[in-house]
Each structure stands twice: as structure tokens, then as C-alpha cells.
Design a protein around this ligand. Sequence first.
Ligand code: GTP
Ligand code: GTP
Ligand code: MG
Ligand code: MG
Lengths: 280, 297
Amino acid sequence: IFTSGASLKDEMVDELEEALLSADVGVRMAMEFCDRVREDIKQKRVKDSGDIQQALRAYLSTCFNGAAKNGFPHTSEKPHVVLFVGVNGAGKTTTIGKIASQLAAENKNIVLAAGDTFRAAAAEQLEIWSQRTNAKLIRGEAGVDPASVIFNALSHAKESGVDYVLADTAGRLHTKSELMDELQKIRRVAGKACEGAPHDVWLVVDATMGQNALQQAKEFHDALGLTGVVLTKLDGTARGGIVVSIAHTLKLPILFVGVGEQADDLRPFVPENFVESLFA
Amino acid sequence: DGFKRAKSAIGGETALSEANIQEAVREIRVSLLEADVELGVVKTFLERVKSRAIGELVQTEVKHKGTKVKRSPGEHFVRICHNELEKLMGSVEEVPIIYRRPFTTIMLVGLQGTGKTTTAAKLAKYLLNEKRKPLLVAADIYRPAAVEQLQTLGAQLNVPVFHQPDLSPPQLCADALREAKKRKRDVIIFDTAGRLAIDDTLMGELEEIKERTNPTNTFLVCDAMAGQDTVKSASEFNRRIDISGFILTKIDGDARGGAALSIREITKKPVKFLGVGEGVEALEPFRPEGLASRILG
Ligand SMILES: Nc1nc2c(ncn2[C@@H]2O[C@H](COP(=O)(O)OP(=O)(O)OP(=O)(O)O)[C@@H](O)[C@H]2O)c(=O)[nH]1
Ligand SMILES: Nc1nc2c(ncn2[C@@H]2O[C@H](COP(=O)(O)OP(=O)(O)OP(=O)(O)O)[C@@H](O)[C@H]2O)c(=O)[nH]1
Ligand SMILES: [Mg+2]
Ligand SMILES: [Mg+2]
């Protein structure tokens, strides 16, 4: 009878730990936070079971404090250049389409750079998005050096008073060093074409990804210096908990979430709502 | 029993017990979770292996490359886990593609971006090597330039790609059977649009394709980097269209691939192929040994 209160709280922590693990929150991180709550319970810092979830929520929310940036960067640079990177199939090209659509609605002048010169019909896919959003597309022949497409797109954007350049790149696994080198070259060439470019480098992460996403983010961050993350496919059942570790470890802002395949399926990332969804 | 254990300990033997493998069980649990094995699957897998292992007599010293080395109960348990994992992942003689006369059909399904279109081309290449005459069917009418993507890949391989504008995917797939007969192709590969398992309309579309074409093979194409959720979507795809097996793509990365164990455990369906790169030759028939060690990590 005396221990039943304690074991009920322990059970609650166990259940919440399982919820976090099922949401793809980093394994060590989920266990560490739950151990902290178990300690809080022992030290009577957590009084009743209602406080348990609140304590965990608070720990998780601190992971998003490292970078306060949110929403689209409103910028004085012209053009403001955003480079989109990430592993194969994460949703980079579609995300560019969605952002172009948002910026077009704000009457911004946009250029899309078809920096994926490798994958079959990659430029054609981006071309359809440029038609849907009235953005200008700069592309090259299949197989040309992607850096040259980026260079052309930025040169054109500078001359034509364009507000934003959204640059697509081919999907790549972070384990392929020659492909990571290619991205670094794209980055350097962007800076040559337009001083300060790329002003933003955003990693596109698929919400269905598991623990490997943290390693991906680290490698892309080491190679390029990421400035933000977009989390896609949150309209499915996966909860994308890996961004907790990404935000916490790399101090990167999670800027947007993708919630579908159409142009307006993009929302700003709201940490409170996101943390709540992990317990669902 | 205690005497039997003590006696066998003197003889260089010991019995595996709940106590002496507890630490190993804990470590394997964390390792499997970090490998993206689904939480429930980790539990049932470890329970099963424990119940099989506990009470088993093991050698405290073993010969390893000619010298005697100590092997703790925990280390023995890890070995047993590894063997169980390999057994679970399925046998090598699993024939990757079931062929049928007058033609074989392969339907590729899965979540968005898992590698279906690329895998369709890889399968066409594999079939060419097997002296078959594949026909690719571009049945994704939604994604921008999906048809062009498959047509580009088909052209590179000199494999015909069937597509007609203004047809629904089920109609396209049904018409493809006639096309195959006309062009004397003997294997037809349906590339379908990526979709959420919870999208009732699009899952209904797959059911309709299945109903009208009765595919010999239905492969769920899954990303090796997928996390905990993959079991939910895989079992839903399996429930609605009864997959014959799955293809794990992007295994050329460093994701541990635990999703494969989860899907195998829950659906009981085998892994047929592994996607090991972006090129059309980057497809291998599945072998369980490599994956088992990778998942256990
Ligand atoms: N449900 C859903 N699907 C999405 C979302 N974002 C992208 N997709 C889909 O995911 C698939 C892959 O998207 P792409 O934009 O081609 O991904 P990518 O990163 O550019 O792919 P690669 O260039 O091949 O590496 C497409 O079918 C998209 O429609 C999202 O937020 N929700
Ligand atoms: N590294 C690697 N990349 C792969 C593999 N299989 C596919 N890809 C890449 O993954 C990305 C997505 O491939 P797609 O074939 O477009 O995927 P999909 O499932 O058809 O996508 P949707 O039709 O939008 O659902 C592309 O960049 C492919 O080159 C693989 O085995 N290894
Ligand atoms: Mg793309
Ligand atoms: Mg496709």
C-alpha cells in the first residue's frame, strides 16, 4: 500500500519512455531524460503523476531553446540564397516547391536552381514546381557539374534583382565522401557567384527516419554548416522525434514541417505542439 | 539443480541464468533500439531468445583460433541472439522473384521517397540479366515528372516503359497486361505512387490494381533508415494488399536497418532484395548474415 504510489509513478515514467522511443526520440536521450524524472520523483521534486509528463515536457522543450529562429528569414541581402540538402528521397525538391509557393504569394521574385543534375528527371520535377509557382527555373543539361548550375542561377539572380534563390541539390548519403565534397564545392562556388551565399543551408529530414538521422545531420553540419532543418512527411504516422536530438546536439532551429505533397502543405514548426505530439 | 550447476562450473561449464545474462540483455536492448528495431519487436525477440537460452549449459572457455579464450555467459547470450536473428531474417534459398506463364507481374508499393521508381529500373536490369524481357509501367500519375523519371531510366536500359495519359493507375496497369502480350514482354513491373498507409483512398487504389491484375509479386519498398513507425505502415500495407516480400533500399548508408527485423517479425514476409546504391545495377538478392550482424551492431 505504501509503495503503490511510487510504483504508479514509475509505471508512468516507463510508459512515457516507451512513447518517446516509439516516436524516434534518440534512445540515449529518451532514457537520460526519463532517468532524470525518476530522480526528480525520488527527490520529491515531482509530487504527483500530473507533474511527471510536465517534467518530461520541460526537458524536451529545452532542446529547442538553442536556436530561437523561426519562420522564413526576412533578409536584406538580395538575392537571399537558400541551399537545400539532405539524403535521398527526404523531400527537398517538394519542399522547395512549397516554399516557392509561399514566397510567390508574398509577391517575392524567386529563382529555382536545378542543382540536382544527377537523378533521372530531377530538373523536370523542379520545372513543374517553377511553373506552378511562377518562379524562374535555371537548369543545366543532365550530368553537368551542379556547381555550374548554381553559379548561373546566382549570377542571373544578382543581375535581375531577384529576392530569393532556392537551390536544389541531389539527394546523397552522408557516408559518401565524394558526394559530400561535391556539396562543399557547390557551397564555395555559390559564395564566388554572390557574396555571402549561401545565406542559409537547410537540411531536409524525413519524419519517418530513425536514429541514423542524427548522424546524417552531424555529417551535413560538419561539411557545410547548416542553418536550419525542415521536417517532412509529418502528415503520416511517424512523429519525427529525431529532430529533438538534432536540435539539442547541433543547436539548429527546426523551421518548417511538411504535412503533405501539395504546394500549401508547409507549416511553421511550433516546439510546444511538437513536444505534445511525441506523447500521443 | 544447484549441485548440477556447481558440478558443471568445475568442469568449465555453466548454465545461462536470468542473473548472469541480465547485463547483456540490457545492452542488447539498447543496441536493438538504436538500430531502429521496433519497441514491441525488441521485447518479444529478447523474451523469446531468453526463454530459449536460460538453462542452457555453455563452456566458460572456448577455443578461438587455436587459443583458449574466456567466454562469459553474457557473451554466449549475444552469440545466441545473433543466431536467432539470422534465423529470423530468413533463409538464403528464398527465391527472390516468383515467375509465372505467360507473364510475371511485379507490383512495387510503399511510402513516399523510399526508392520505388529507382528500384523498378533496377529490377528491370536484374531481369535482363536473367534473360527475361521486362516491361516497365509508369503508374504514378501524381508526382511531378514521375513518368519522365521512369521513362528516362527505361531508355537508359533499353527497356520499354508503358504509360498513357488520362488513365487511372488501375486502368494503366490493366492495359499494361495487353501491352505486354502485344510486345511479347514476359515480366511486367508496376511502379506506383508513394502513399501513406493511412490514406484510405490511395490504399484503395492499390487494392484495385491488385484486383484487376492479380500480380505474382507485390513488393513493399522500404527505406533502410526508417525508424519505429515503419512497422505500422508495413503491417497496414500487408493487411490491405498482402505483400509477398519487401525490398530494403539505401542500405549503402550506415543506418543499422533494424526496420527489416521489425517488418519481418510482424508481417512474417521475407526480404527479397537490397538496394545498395543509386545506379541501376545496385540491387542484390537478399542474404541474411550481413544484415543480422549490422542490426546487432
Ligand atoms: N506525405 C508527404 N509526402 C511528402 C512530403 N514532402 C515530400 N513528400 C513526397 O516525398 C517524395 C519525395 O520527395 P522529393 O521532393 O522528390 O524528395 P527529394 O529529397 O528531392 O528526393 P531526391 O532528390 O531523389 O533525393 C515525393 O513523393 C513527395 O511528394 C510531405 O511533407 N508529406
Ligand atoms: N543511396 C541510395 N539511394 C537510393 C537507393 N534507392 C533509391 N535511391 C534514391 O532515393 C531517392 C528516391 O528514389 P525514388 O525512386 O524517386 O523513390 P520513390 O519511392 O519512387 O519516390 P516516390 O515515387 O516519390 O514515392 C532517389 O534519389 C534515388 O536515387 C539505394 O538503394 N541507395
Ligand atoms: Mg530532389
Ligand atoms: Mg516514384
